[in-house]
Design a protein. Sequence first.
Length: 171
Amino acid sequence: MNYAQIKRVDIADGPGVRVSLFVSGCTHHCKGCFNPETWSFDFGIPFTEETEEELLRLLEPKYIRGLTLLGGEPFEPDHQRVLCGFLHKVRERLPKKDIWAYSGYTFEELTGESRARCEVTDEMLSLLDVLVDGEFVEPLRNLSLRFRGSENQRILDVRKSLAAGSPVLWR
């Protein structure tokens, strides 16, 4: 897996000050995407153990609330296989940090039948606190929305959603 960027201080992609990882590779190709260079799976820098350690160090300060995964598409199956192990490390070493992920896939697609599903999808979902789901839809773009770009996207409490078996909005 490649990544396009690490934002060391991000206040736009979740509450508080966050560290954000932008993965490379996305098959959605949403019209009006703010990050189309991340559509290519070959774009960016290889995600290595050194990258993981750098991210873990960046997450350590008390003023950092958590980690956000975006892209690209974190839930491309090959990305899930890499990110799942990394998220376990975050949970083990920094259990008080929250983890957000943005996905063009909906919660229903990730928990049901879709091309995003693979052997680690359920495990990866279980490691998240919040999922911002749904493709960016340009005609539904709304700059006043908090932590999302278009009105169809939802901010979901993943643990409550998994327990309920249906989407539960994050508050």
